[in-house]
Design a protein around this ligand. Sequence first.
Ligand code: ISE
Length: 339
Amino acid sequence: MTSYGTLGVAVIGTGRMGSDHVRRINDVISGARVAAVVDIDADRVKTIADGIEGCTPYTDPAAAMDDPAVDAVLIASPGPAHEATLLAAFERDLPVLCEKPLTPDAASALRVLEAEQKLGHRRVQVGFMRRYDADYMKLKAQLTQGAYGRPLMLHNKHRNPAAPPGFTNAMMINDSAVHEIDVTRWLLDEEITAVRVLFPKPTDKAPEGLNDPQLILFETAAGQVVDTELFVDCGFGYQVQCEAVCTDGTARVGDDRGVFSNTANGWGGAIDPGFEDRFVDAYDRQVQRWVDATRRGEVEGPSCWDGYAAAAVCEAGVRAQETGERVTVELIERPALYR
Ligand code: ISE
């Protein structure tokens, strides 16, 4: 694979995450520059490109990939557009950082997996950014070392201040619980084999048709059980916690970010307002690590296999929501490229 000087990145999709990544590549990380921005909104990309030296606006991802200044692609468009963009990047053998989800369903993720295997090497890092959060990274290292013995259970909490308009039960799984799906597979180093979803009586803040909160249960191939409270209209801020219960102890991340105070009325600290704030360091580290690996001619981090496995668990999760049943997860055998 090629190794690069300053990496010219095409950022595809300039919505909430895409524009945050443009800012990050411009102002925060090193070794890369925004060489192209792509969006169906031509005025929007022109305005963004006008503010960045040497950046060209495009409305067509393939045209941006053909720009000689573009060495790599960061995909931040909506999930249903990912497959076509990934396949176009593979045709040009360009390195990719693809925001989650890899694709919105297991069949399309499988097509991407097959196309990458035809290249004969990995090209994609999937944007499961929690793997780059300092506390999650410490927990992962400790679990790998066996610091608390053998992991038996995870207890996750995933709370958002308010659901965006139009948020559905399926999005509770595909957009939100997908992070716990990846974290579970990564922390425990096991595949998820079955999913169940319970609907408690909903909060009054939940829009019509949305069951909020939900309790999601995963079983893993090694017999561990993982519960996730997902509450997207909690009203008080953005909170993500994970507790590992092991044979010789427990360990929890996500409690203490920032300053803790003592006052006449009690003690405490602030809660982040949204995921961009809570995971800002993780996003920065994720993009920096992608740029560094790409410049060395390497690919690391969550793979297309991780994106496919997450999509398969999401499908089972949505079926579990719809049926109220325990749904087993169907996965193909892991191909050699991803072992
Ligand atoms: C959003 O898409 C994210 O990825 C956030 O991390 C998650 O907390 C939120 O629930 C999703 O909607």
